[in-house]
Design a protein around this ligand. Structure first.
Ligand code: BGC
Length: 470
């Protein structure tokens, strides 16, 4: 059941990636039917991150009030409606509205899906399961790139046909419907049910999740004990201002700041242009290299899922930040000295950059943000982290073309590298090791007043708050 749940919740990630990437490949065809000036075109593109930003900021409240499952169902309806509207527009303002709706769906789901998986997953494989969400994002991005290859921007692709962009948008409705159907048969998060005082329903839900014969007494007791201890304390957004919870807010928002300022979406959105700047001017090479990037992203994320619960969050983060810093610097040096460094070095470095990102900085902020907040502030805390995600996503995507035209590629990549090095310091001084800890044990540590970063790996996975208190 839990694998089915994680797969259904991850459909939201696929749509996140697909809707992020599809506009780049649909745009040339769309322009034939609806020519847009740069301002309208920019607004139409930015409508998705904008909608996501708005939804992420209220998603915490929505998901705490209506439940994880119903919030995701609302997102599924928005995904489907947005895709169908985008496919059937008769004027460009309708596409802007459609993309705003898609953005709202993405923002709501980006907070709720990892939260839902994390609250229902067994401790042993929680990191791996939450990472399926990131895996789905990368598959969605790759799917949109492949659609681009099929139609080929140059006009001689397999599916080249006028109005094909309508099909590309309409395809997004299919996963939307599957998402809704899957959610209809899934149970609500037992932790949310406890938050609402619905203990019998929470027990039934936990039993369904773990299987009819599985022993659930200890896990259930741990969840209820922690919820009881927290009852009466501030909840919702106000709780985020408490000194005890602040370290979690800093880790959640800080990791997404670093994730975005590592430059990932400069590469994801503008890969062909980067290759062009680096001297590869054939469109064929650019498209193939871009698909290479999408593939490395997917494959390394699978590896990350295997490693996250084994190696631990902190070592992987350090490795990722180091790898992205070194590869960004390598590209900067290669671009400045084209005669000394052969051009293939740039392609290899960019692939290694993506691998370093995907093994670490890609999935881990999503995993950690779903683990570090106490139950009473989990929804709002994840909202804060997602605002940071979408806000800085927008900043990077919007400023990157200006940076390329101004200070240039080498300067911009050096800046990204410096920020990645800062990520190592941030990890070592701020990020707790959540591997092997139940959500309740993490919460107990946060409340204990000891520095958050001092939470260290728990190797005896069966240890729980309840057991330790005896
Ligand atoms: C980020 C996205 C990014 C994607 C790339 C995600 O974790 O939040 O902004 O496009 O990774 O794989």
């Amino acid at each position: 059941m839990i694998y089915f749940l994680a797969s259904v919740a991850a459909i939201a990630g696929f749509l996140f990636g697909y809707d992020e990437g599809i506009i780049a490949v649909a745009r040339p065809l769309l322009d034939k039917d609806f020519p847009m000036d740069p301002l309208v075109g920019g607004f139409m593109t930015a409508a998705v991150p904008l909608g996501a930003l708005v939804a992420a900021s209220i998603a915490g409240r929505i998901t705490d009030r209506f439940g994880r499952r119903r919030s995701l169902m609302a997102a599924a309806v928005l995904f489907t409606a947005g895709s169908l509207l985008a496919a059937s527009i008769t004027a460009i303002w309708m596409l802007i509205v459609a993309r705003l709706i898609l953005g709202l769906a993405i923002g709501l789901a980006a907070v709720t899906a990892p939260l839902y998986i994390s609250e229902t997953a067994p401790l042993r494989i929680r990191g791996a399961l939450v990472s399926t969400y990131q895996l789905a994002i990368t598959v969605g991005i790759l799917a949109s790139y492949l659609t681009g290859l099929a139609i080929d921007v140059e006009g001689d692709g397999l599916l080249n046909d006028d109005g094909m962009w309508r099909l590309m948008f309409a395809l997004g409705a299919l996963p939307g419907v599957l998402f809704l159907a899957g959610l209809a048969v899934l149970p609500e998060s037992p932790r949310w049910l406890i938050l609402k005082g619905l203990a019998p329903a929470a027990r039934t839900s936990l039993q369904r999740l773990r299987g009819p014969a599985a022993p659930i007494d200890r896990e259930f007791e741990e969840i209820t004990t922690t919820a009881r201890a927290e009852a009466g304390k501030k909840s919702g957004y106000r709780a985020l201002l408490e000194p005890a919870i602040r370290p979690a807010v800093i880790v959640g928002a800080g990791l997404f700041f670093l994730q975005q300022l590592s430059g990932i979406n400069a590469v994801i959105y503008y890969a062909p242009e980067i290759f062009n700047h680096a001297g590869f001017d054939s469109t064929g090479t650019q498209i193939l290299a871009t698909i290479g990037i999408g593939t490395v992203n997917v494959v390394t994320t699978i590896l990350a899922m295997y490693l996250i619960d084994k190696i631990g969050r902190r070592p992987l983060l350090v490795l990722g930040f180091l790898g992205t810093a070194v590869t960004m610097l390598t590209i900067a040096v290669a671009v400045v000295n084209p005669t000394l460094v052969p051009a293939w070095v740039i392609i290899v470095a960019l692939m290694l950059y993506i691998a370093s990102f995907a093994i670490s900085i890609g999935p881990l902020p999503h995993v950690l943000m779903s683990e570090i907040f106490p139950l009473r502030a989990r929804g709002p805390g994840m909202s804060m982290a997602s605002i940071s995600n979408w806000g800085f996503n927008f900043v990077v995507v919007f400023t990157f073309p200006l940076m390329l035209a101004g200070p240039g590629l080498a300067f911009t990549f050096t800046l990204f590298a410096v920020i990645c090095l800062g990520g190592i310091i941030f990890t070592l001084t701020r990020v707790p090791e959540t591997t092997g800890h139940s959500l309740e044990a993490i919460e107990e540590h946060l409340n204990s007043g000891r520095a958050f970063v001092l939470l260290r790996r728990e190797t005896h996975v069966t240890t729980t708050v309840v057991v330790r208190r005896k």
